[in-house]
Design a protein around this ligand. Structure first.
Ligand code: PNW
Length: 485
């Protein structure tokens, strides 16, 4: 019998424990008879996971031979990060990873997406490897496997070795090659236990925010031609990385990107607006997903760039479009709503209403249907055969109640509405196979420091105490029952 949850018990920590107990007992049985199946069920074997990244949680920035990254430099530059926070200690995950694996186990996740810090493996970016750095990830992999959780590393989540930045960073044509060498080296040493790798996380974000807007590391505001070249090097790194991993890792190792696509949502779901949304999605991702899937820069992209277009060769385009085993996409927002228009380009943007709901950050506009249209566009526009939602989640103004628990009803509402749309995609046959909730716990939210909280677990950064929020109890139920709850 599931623990009985009363209105009174919900108001206490014991109440949250009771919610957990329900997931651990009767509630843990997925409904299996067809009579019980409803429009809320996910396909059998759906891969439920959670996600984090190295610089956001590890800390231990000077330990075991790790070299500095662009994020160390950036966060130590006064005025770049809210309250001048840094990732020096972060969640101290480097020392507490076993405890954190137990948090995952309690959630019931089947997979964990984490990232490997390049400057731990190659402190100078290239040259001599640092075996102690890779050893940390090897121990993490073992701990996950011992707890029945599949480790799925991302090879680059923005912490570029500072030594490579000093030689031009993503503006340098040598950086994609250096990434491929590091990716091949790392995959070769983990692929006895790791079967899937993601290459780079959100090329669109680290290039636009770091090289054009200057609000992320390395803090540059470059003119368009140089941004376009850096962007080209990022997608080239992805392609070279795919090839290097295939060449170096155990046969059968699977690999794909973890990109943040611009999702254009049809303002009304009529055939003509849907068509417009597809055209708009292809065009607005031209520098990233489109070139990776098609091996070409669209005419629209090249025309808009004009003399600022990146320099590239046909051979590079073929590398960028190296076949992948799956496509990972981070989905937070409907990037834009679009409608059909007569004449080129066939779509027009519909502005957001001033009162369009958003979560705790300005860019976090709520639009659950992005979770349906994102995967569906990948499948319809580019024929993606296996899709993973590599991130989804939100920050909220979490306030621990007097009992210490965070009752993040808004995050639960956000997740429930997005998962409902993801379920819709699976029910219509869109091949979405996995979902990784961002994030396991509150962490260093880049320029927002620790003040913006995305976790299923609240973290008290003074004591490093992790406490499950209401959303953790919610996600545990979703996973246990394999359905939207
Ligand atoms: C992603 N935007 O970043 C990253 O992959 C994570 O490291 C990060 O913590 C998470 O989402 C939450 O922000 C993004 O401005 C940063 O649209 C900015 C945007 C999107 C994603």
């Amino acid at each position: 019998m599931a623990a009985r949850i009363t209105r009174r018990s919900l108001g206490t920590v014991a109440g949250l424990a009771a919610l957990g107990a329900a997931a651990g007992t009767a509630g843990a049985q997925p409904d299996s008879t067809s009579r019980d199946r409803t429009a809320r069920d996910f396909p059998e074997g759906f891969l439920w996971g959670t996600a984090t990244s190295s610089y956001q949680i590890e800390g231990a920035v000077n330990e075991d031979g790790r070299g500095p990254s662009v994020w160390d430099s950036f966060s130590h530059t006064p005025g770049k990060i809210r309250s001048n926070h840094t990732g020096d200690v972060a969640n101290d995950h480097y020392h507490r990873f076993k405890e954190d694996v137990q948090l995952m186990k309690a959630l019931g996740v089947r997979a964990y997406r984490f990232s490997i810090a390049w400057p731990r493996v190659f402190p100078q970016g290239t040259g001599a490897p640092n075996p102690k750095g890779l050893d940390f990830y090897s121990r993490l992999v073992d701990e996950l496997l011992a707890n029945g959780i599949e480790p799925i590393p991302t090879l680059y989540h923005w912490d570029l070795p500072q030594a490579l930045q000093d030689r031009g960073g993503w503006e340098s044509p040598d950086t994609p090659r250096a990434f491929a060498d590091y990716a091949g080296y790392t995959a070769a040493r983990l692929s006895d236990r790791v079967g899937r790798f993601f290459t780079l996380n959100e090329m669109a974000a680290f290039i636009e925010l770091g090289y054009a807007l200057g609000i992320h590391a390395p803090g540059l505001k470059l003119p368009p031609a140089r941004v376009n070249q850096a962007r080209h090097h990022a997608v080239l790194a992805h392609g070279l990385g795919v090839q290097a991993i295939r060449a170096a890792a155990r046969a059968g190792t699977r690999v794909g990107p973890a990109e943040n696509i611009s999702i254009c949502v049809p303002v009304i779901e009529t055939p003509e607006h849907i068509r417009a949304a597809e055209l708009a999605t292809r065009e607005t991702n031209a520098g990233y997903m489109t070139v990776m899937m098609e091996g070409l820069y669209t005419n629209g992209f090249l025309a808009a760039a004009g003399a600022d277009a990146p320099k590239f060769t046909a051979e590079e385009l073929a590398i960028i479009a190296s076949p992948v085993d799956f496509v990972g996409v981070n989905i937070y927002v409907p990037t834009r709503y679009v409608r059909a228009i007569d004449g080129p380009p066939g779509f027009a943007e519909v502005p957001f209403s001033r009162t369009h709901p958003k979560m705790e950050l300005d860019w976090l506009r709520v639009g659950p249907e992005a979770m349906y249209w994102g995967p569906r566009h990948l499948s319809r526009i580019w024929g993606a055969k296996e899709i993973h939602v590599t991130e989804n989640g939100c920050s909220a103004a979490d306030q621990p109640a007097p009992d210490g628990t965070v009752y993040d009803t808004d995050r639960v509402m956000y997740l429930r509405s997005y998962l409902t749309q993801l379920q819709r995609a699976t029910a219509e046959g869109v091949p979405v196979r996995g979902y990784f909730l961002w994030s396991l716990m509150d962490n260093f939210e880049w320029a927002e420091g620790y003040e913006s909280r995305f976790g299923l677990h609240h973290v008290d950064f003074a004591t490093q105490k992790r406490t499950p929020k209401l959303s953790a109890a919610f996600y545990r139920e979703v996973i246990a029952r394999n359905r939207v709850m």
